[in-house]
Design a protein around this ligand. Sequence first.
Ligand code: DAT
Ligand code: MG
Length: 135
Amino acid sequence: MNRTLVICKPDAVERGLVGEILGRFERKGLRVVAAELRTLGADLLARHYSEHVGKGFYDDLVAFMSRSPAMVAVVEGPTDTWRVVRTMMGATDPLKADPGTIRGDFGTEVTENLVHGSDSAESAQREVSLFFPDL
Ligand code: DAT
Ligand code: MG
């Protein structure tokens, strides 16, 4: 699986950072093979974030992820694309993310951390199918 799911979260769209974020992946050598601006609903988010349902931050996460449109995209590369994307995203908490990463360069708080990327080859396959069943 050399494709992975990327979501430029509502904060990234609101702040006009979609081009910056997808552009970084493009400049790295990855290719955007699908992208659509979508407002994500609670049911889809519960499937996408199933491992987090019931956690203390879950309601805030869903409120944030559904408050305005997100740019949902599939990115392709030669190998381990999910890992390349995760490395370029930086740590979940932008305060701990290294400079040079997307979260390290543009984020200040853990909920509004700009970007989602699948966290394994299995997650990538599952998430691409969930958001782009026809791809
Ligand atoms: P990642 O997005 O780096 O894969 P994750 O899957 O652990 O991180 O969590 C999903 C999202 O949930 C994350 O991007 C932001 C939010 N989140 C995670 N841990 C949190 C926490 N302790 N407090 C608030 N929000 C959190
Ligand atoms: Mg995750």
